[in-house]
Design a protein around this ligand. Structure first.
Ligand SMILES: Nc1ncnc2c1ncn2[C@@H]1O[C@H](COP(=O)(O)OP(=O)(O)OP(=O)(O)O)[C@@H](O)[C@H]1O
Ligand SMILES: [Mg+2]
Length: 487
C-alpha cells in the first residue's frame, strides 16, 4: 500500500493549519511526524483518517484518490488512527468495547470477542483484562485497547498521535517491538506523532517536520537530536541541568505522616513526606504504582484511611477539595479533557468556572482575564475558542493558565504531557518562578529526564511501595528506570 498526501491545505478561519502539504510514504515504513505545539500534526492526521475534510488536496492510496467523508470510510481504505486524547467511553467492559468497535453492534458473541482480543493482544504484547469496565482502565490501557481494535480491523496505515504518554518503558518497548514487527512482516505503515525525540529515534525509519502548518523537512533516522530540534523550532537549544539548592530553614508547606491511602487493590502504607517552600518533589513510577492517590491526597481528592495531612500548619484530613484550595493548594490533573477541562466550553467559560465565585458571573472580567492569560501563557487560541479546538499542547497551557497565581502547594500530574520541548521548558520556567516565590511543587512524570532535571527529591513508586531519593547528582536515568521497574 502506497500512501500519498497531495497538496493538502486546511484553514480554520484565518489560521492555516495545513499549508499545501505533500508527502509519500511506502508500505512498511515507520515515519515520525514532528513539530511544535500547534504546528498542524493532529490536523493532518485527522484529515488522513477521515475525521475532518481538507479544504483542498487529496489522500491517494495506490494511485487512487480516496473519497473520505468519515473515519469509517478511512477504515474501509485501511487507514486508522489512535487519538491524542483517549475517546470518551461508556459503561462497556473491555471486550464489549472491543467488539462494538469491530461490529458496531451490541449483539456480540463474547466468547468469540475474547478470543480475537486475546489473539491481537498476543500479537501486540498487551495484557488487557476482558471483563473489567473500560472506565476503570488507565489512560495507557485505554490506548492499548484502541490500538488492538484498529489492528483487529485490519488497518494497513496506523496513525498514532502521541501514543507513549502515560505508558511504561516496558509497555512502550513491547508496543514498539509489535509495530516494527507488523511493519516488516505485514507491511503496516505507521505514522507516529510524538514530542519524544527518543521515541522517534527508537522506532522510526524517517521523520518529517511540520512548522506553522508547512512541511519543512524530511530526514532519514537516525538523525542527531539537535538537528531535529533546530528543524522543529527554527532555532537551536541547549541542554538543561538540575541545579541543587539549599532549602535549610524553609518552612514546611505539606506534611504527610503515617499516610495510608488505597488505589483499587493497591494500598500505600505509612507514607511520610515533608515538602518545603521552594521545593520540587517528583513522583516516578509506572501508571498505577501508587503516585496518583498520594498526590491526590495532598489536595483532598483522595481521603486517607489513616495518617495526617498538614497544609501550611493546618490539619486537613476529612476536609473537602474546596477547603484544600482555600488553604493554598492547586491541582492539575493528567486527563486533560476528562478531568481538567470541559469539552464544549470556551476558554472564557473555563476561566469563569475557575475564578468566579458569586452566583452572577462577571463575563467582562472573565474575558479580560482570559485575554491576559492567553497572552502570558502564549496560548494559540482566542477567548471564544471551544477548548477542544486547541491543539493538545495548547490545552495543557490553558490548564496551567487556570491555576491560581500564588498557590502554596502545586500538585501536577504530568504537567508537560504532550508539550513540545520548547513549551515544556517554558511551562517549567513558569513553575520554577512560582517555586522561587515559595511554592512547594509535587509533580509526576513518565519522562525520566524531566524528573532528573527539575526535582530536588524523587519519590519512586513501585506496586504501592515508595522510596524517597535525593536527586543530588548520584541518580541517573538508568538507575531511576531500574527502580521504577521494581529493581
Ligand atoms: N477545529 C478547530 N477549530 C479551530 N482551530 C483549530 C481546530 N483544530 C485545530 N485548530 C488549530 O490549528 C492549529 C494546529 O492544530 P493541531 O492540533 O493540528 O496542532 P498539533 O501540531 O497537533 O499540536 P500539539 O503538538 O499541541 O498537539 C492550532 O493552532 C489549533 O488551534
Ligand atoms: Mg496534536
Amino acid at each position: 500500500m502506497r500512501l500519498a498526501i497531495q497538496h493538502i491545505t486546511k484553514r480554520f478561519g484565518a489560521l492555516v493549519a495545513n499549508d499545501d502539504i505533500s508527502l509519500e510514504v511506502a508500505s512498511g515504513k515507520i515515519v515520525g511526524v514532528l513539530g511544535e505545539n500547534g504546528a498542524g500534526k493532529s490536523t493532518l492526521m485527522k484529515i488522513l483518517s477521515g475525521y475532518q475534510p481538507a479544504d483542498s488536496g487529496a489522500v491517494v492510496v495506490d494511485g487512487q484518490p480516496l473519497a473520505m467523508r468519515s473515519p469509517q470510510d478511512a477504515l474501509r481504505f485501511g487507514i486508522g488512527m489512535l487519538h491524542q486524547d483517549p475517546l470518551d467511553v461508556g459503561a462497556f467492559t473491555v471486550v464489549e468495547e472491543f467488539m462494538y468497535g469491530l461490529t458496531q453492534s451490541l449483539r456480540l458473541d463474547k466468547r468469540h470477542g475474547r478470543k480475537i482480543l486475546a489473539d491481537v493482544c498476543g500479537r501486540l504484547g498487551f495484557t488487557l483484562p476482558p471483563d473489567v469496565p473500560v472506565v476503570s482502565l488507565s489512560i495507557a490501557a485505554r490506548q492499548q485497547l484502541s490500538i488492538a481494535r484498529l489492528i483487529a480491523l485490519g488497518v494497513r496505515v496506523l496513525i498514532l498521535d502521541e501514543p507513549t504518554t502515560g505508558i511504561s518503558e516496558d509497555q512502550k518497548a513491547a508496543l514498539f517491538r509489535a509495530l516494527r514487527d507488523l511493519a516488516s512482516r505485514e507491511g503496516l505503515t505507521v505514522l507516529l506523532v510524538s514530542h519524544k525525540l527518543e521515541d522517534v529515534a527508537a522506532l522510526c525509519d524517517e521523520a518529517v517536520v511540520l512548522r506553522r502548518g508547512a512541511l519543512v523537512g524530511r530526514v532519514q533516522m537516525p538523525c542527531p537530536q539537535p538537528a531535529l530540534i533546530e528543524l522543529m523550532f527554527g532555532k537551536p537549544m541547549e541542554v538543561q541541568r538540575h541545579e541543587g539548592k539549599s532549602l535549610s530553614g524553609a518552612p514546611t508547606v505539606l506534611r504527610f505522616d503515617g499516610l495510608t491511602v488505597r488505589d483499587g487493590r493497591l494500598t500505600i502504607e505509612n507514607f511520610a513526606l515533608d515538602a518545603r517552600a521552594g521545593e520540587v518533589i517528583g513522583f516516578a513510577g509506572l501508571d498505577g504504582s501508587g503516585q496518583a492517590p498520594i498526590m491526590r491526597a495532598a489536595v483532598g481528592l483522595v481521603r486517607p484511611e489513616r495518617g495526617t495531612i498538614t497544609l501550611n500548619g493546618r490539619e486537613m484530613v476529612g476536609q473537602s477539595y474546596r477547603d484544600f484550595l482555600a488553604a493554598g493548594a492547586a491541582f492539575g490533573a493528567a486527563g486533560r479533557l476528562e478531568e481538567g477541562l470541559v469539552r464544549g466550553l470556551t476558554l472564557t467559560e473555563h476561566m469563569a468556572l475557575a475564578t468566579e465565585r458569586g452566583a452572577l458571573v462577571n463575563w467582562g472580567r472573565a474575558a479580560a482575564l482570559t485575554q491576559a492569560q492567553i497572552a502570558q501563557y502564549q496560548v494559540k487560541g482566542t477567548p471564544e475558542s471551544p477548548i477542544e479546538t486547541l491543539s493538545g499542547g495548547n490545552q495543557q497551557r490553558v490548564l496551567m493558565a487556570l491555576m491560581p497565581q500564588q498557590p502554596a502547594l502545586m500538585v501536577l500530574e504530568q504537567p508537560t504531557r504532550g508539550l513540545d520541548v520548547d513549551s515544556a521548558r517554558w511551562i517549567w520556567a513558569q513553575l520554577l518562578a512560582r517555586r522561587d516565590t515559595g511554592a512547594a511543587i509535587l509533580f509526576s512524570s513518565d519522562d525520566l529526564d524531566e524528573l532528573l532535571t527539575y526535582a530536588d527529591r524523587i519519590v519512586v513508586c513501585y506496586a504501592g511501595q515508595t522510596r524517597l531519593m535525593n536527586n543530588d547528582g548520584g541518580l541517573d536515568s538508568a538507575t531511576l528506570g531500574h527502580l521504577i521497574g521494581g529493581g
